[in-house]
Ligand binder design. Structure first.
Ligand SMILES: [Zn+2]
Length: 375
């Protein structure tokens, strides 16, 4: 191909992608609206839309409202053109979600199954995916891949789970799962996956720290809307910052880590392991629950203020606690504000906007983003 042809082809591909993304974001648009918004000629738009329709990515949805004259035909994105699967693996549970190319959750399921590194466990995962596909009539040919959220440290290429304290496992290969699951698989750290879901939900985060507080404490650092993972894929391991010298034992083997004070399990332990039951006791002004909550908030506010001092950016509170924090966020802000050397205003603390199964959804998005980028 000549250089000019190569350049023309590149421009065509770039414009095709812009048109697709425009239709993805603006449901029920028209050819002329796209031409106007993207500053492209009508013949170009007609040509690109035809090729997107030929590929099953876009369809004509009907006639647009008009003030007389010929009605324009509206265009919509075929959000089910591809599907991605996300799984969140914890020590005792597996959550599975299927998302469409808009990142919308088509289905979700949570199952109790203790983790084990075995062919039997991987086959269980494969059957779980199979069952979900059957129950929702999803064609396996449309599945882009399976993103797997795990609580641990990954290799740079995300193909190996180097170490997980929580799962008590090391050097687990993605290919072990692929030998049972008939789709491409990819690991993602659980807190990073949750931050990806938050980013997807809110494209204008910019720079923020995501603090994930569930049965363990983790986090992620988002700089200019991109995850910063660090030299050793360990950026955001806020749970193992020391909060109290020689304090309570942490599951990692050290003492005094933030995790030992801020993990949600320290609250649910007071209500037979159920966090919902703990918050219900708190709402009823149950004295031991109230006392535990005040002590918990004090520790959480220290951790959050430390993050604010390190990063000077918003701190987004996610994980299980993020789902419950809204009625108490002012109290938390006040505590963090009192600790801050420079400003008493702690409105930089925000509750996560994406609250249900963020790690599983974020893992599924690992396959959606590159798919959209190559259209
Ligand atoms: Zn620790």
């Amino acid at each position: 191909m000549e250089m000019r042809q190569v350049n023309n082809h590149k421009v065509y591909r770039a414009n095709r992608n812009r048109v697709f993304q425009y239709i993805l974001r603006h449901d029920l648009t028209t050819r002329s609206e796209i031409a106007h918004a993207l500053n492209l000629s009508m013949p170009t738009i007609i040509n690109i839309v035809k090729s997107l329709m030929d590929d099953g990515l876009v369809y004509e949805a009907g006639a647009a409202q008009s003030n007389g004259g010929r009605k324009a035909v509206t265009l919509s994105c075929n959000t089910r053109a591809r599907v991605s699967v996300g799984m969140d693996i914890t020590l005792h549970h597996i959550s599975v979600v299927f998302v469409d190319i808009k990142g919308a959750v088509i289905l979700k399921e949570k199952t109790v199954r203790p983790f084990e590194r075995s062919g039997e466990y991987y086959a269980f995962l494969a059957r779980l995916i199979d069952r979900c596909m059957l129950s929702h009539d999803i064609d396996p040919a449309l599945i882009l891949g399976v993103g797997i959220s795990v609580p641990g440290r990954l290799s740079g290429d995300s193909r190996t789970l180097l170490y997980s304290h929580v799962l008590n496992e090391s050097n687990m290969l993605c290919s072990e799962l692929e030998s049972c699951i008939p789709f491409p698989c990819r690991f993602c750290n659980d807190a990073n996956a949750a931050a990806l879901a938050e980013l997807w939900n809110n494209h204008s985060i910019g720079t923020a720290v995501y603090l994930s507080v569930s049965d363990s404490v983790g986090g992620a650092v988002i700089i200019n809307d991109v995850l910063y993972t660090g030299e050793n894929q360990l950026a955001g391991e806020f749970g193992h910052m020391t909060l109290v010298e020689d304090g309570k034992p942490c599951y990692c083997g050290k003492r005094g880590c933030a995790d030992a004070y801020c993990a949600a399990s320290s609250l649910s332990a007071l209500a037979e392991g159920k966090l919902d039951a703990f918050f219900s006791l708190l709402r009823q002004n149950h004295a031991p629950a109230t006392q535990a909550w005040q002590a918990y908030l004090a520790n959480l506010s220290i951790l959050i203020n430390n993050l604010r001092m390190a990063f000077d950016c918003p701190v987004i509170l996610g994980g299980y606690i993020g789902e419950y924090i809204e009625p108490y966020i002012d109290a938390l802000r006040e505590m963090a504000g009192r600790r801050n050397t420079f400003f008493a205003d702690a409105s930089y603390i925000r509750a996560a906007t994406f609250q249900h199964e963020p790690s599983a959804v974020g893992a599924a998005l690992l396959f959606i983003e590159p798919f959209i980028a190559q259209i």
